[in-house]
Ligand binder design. Structure first.
Ligand code: 13P
Length: 341
């Protein structure tokens, strides 16, 4: 079983490839559709995912797609179930299995991610539906006093519990500890918090017997707070981020696949590129973006059937730009190629 986990983890971070996070929960996708004035019906959600998954040629840049529970059960217009459609293009289907971040009791302003009860049985079903990797996201806010050690360690424990159940089921766990970048904090503060979070996470993963070559890490990049008065530039972001991962992420982990976390599309690409340009590193550095891969596609589509191709072109372009960033060969001039295909 372990060899399969290793192979899947390595395939997800193959050279020039990364992951599309299309696992927005029903409430999150509603927010995205609200931004283009589209009602969030089951059919509209299906049509949007259909647009992304049938984009011609994008499999050159995309190794895997993270799906939501509803989406893994939906099909393309010709009746092919989405996981089957993706697998036929050599794209690995994945599944979000956490049930969301809920208030952490006795800890105002902090959250704990839920979803462990019944997870063994859910993983068994997802495997049958075609999922070969999974995702669980924990979140941590930065203030003058937060995050607390209580929040950091309870979430690390839950992430490791989830990850162990995934490996038992033959599914590669992506562990996603997201330090949120809202606030006025400095990049140094983001670095220290990210280090504490990663230290706790890998302590728990070791304690709970995880086999690290069969896992992937999905962290935040180390950034200044979005409301900070002076914000670090691309090179500083790359340097502080690499310092944190070099110190805390074991070389046995095959890959780090970043979330975009509200960065602009082009910032997310430029930051990844700057890190890879400083390679080689012990692990592959790639992307697992939601918003930074999808925003231009969603806007170009606007919910209109006549705009499906425009949406696909926009998604293809961002996937190609991030693929270049994965090999450290991105340059902002490449953005100009954008529209005509
Ligand atoms: P963003 O890239 O939009 O942060 O989403 C990635 C993700 O999967 C968050 O859990």
């Amino acid at each position: 079983m372990h060899t399969d986990l290793y192979e899947t983890a390595r395939a997800l971070v193959a050279e020039g490839k990364g992951i599309l996070a299309a696992d927005e929960s029903t409430s999150t996708i509603k927010k995205r559709f609200d931004s283009i004035g589209l009602e969030s019906t089951e059919e509209n959600r299906r049509a949007y995912r259909d647009l992304l998954f049938t984009t011609p040629g994008v499999e050159e840049y995309i190794s895997g797609v993270i799906l939501f529970d509803e989406t893994i059960r939906q099909s393309a217009l010709d009746g092919t179930p989405f996981p089957e459609l993706l697998a036929s293009k050599g794209v690995i289907p994945g599944i979000k299995v956490d049930l969301g971040a809920k208030p952490l009791p006795l800890a105002e302003g902090e959250t704990i991610t839920e979803g462990l009860d019944g997870l063994r049985e859910r993983l068994e079903e997802y495997y049958k539906l075609g999922a070969r990797f999974a995702k669980w996201r924990a979140t941590y806010s930065i203030t003058d006093d937060l995050p607390s050690e209580y929040c950091i360690w309870t979430n690390a424990h839950a992430l490791a519990r989830y990850a162990a159940l995934c490996q038992e089921a033959g599914i590669v766990p992506i562990v996603e500890p997201e330090v949120l970048m809202d606030g006025t904090h400095t990049i140094e503060r983001a670095y220290h918090v990210t280090c504490r979070v990663l230290f706790a996470l890998y302590t728990e993963l070791f304690d709970q017997r995880l086999d690290l070559p069969g896992t992937l890490l999905k962290p935040n990049m180390v950034l200044s707070g979005y409301e900070a008065s002076s914000r670090a530039g691309i090179d500083e972001v790359a340097e502080w981020s690499l310092r944190a991962y070099t110190k805390h992420v074991p070389a046995a982990v095959p890959g780090i696949v970043f979330l975009s976390g509200g960065q602009s599309d082009e910032d997310a690409t430029a930051h990844l590129n700057a890190m890879n340009a400083r390679g080689p590193h012990p692990w592959q550095l790639s992307f697992s973006y939601g918003r930074a891969l999808q925003a231009p596609a969603l806007n170009a589509w606007g919910g209109k059937p006549e705009n499906v191709e425009a949406g696909q072109r926009a998604y293809y372009h961002r996937a190609k730009m991030n693929s270049a960033a994965q090999t450290g060969t991105y340059a902002p001039e490449l953005e100009r190629e954008a529209v005509s295909v």
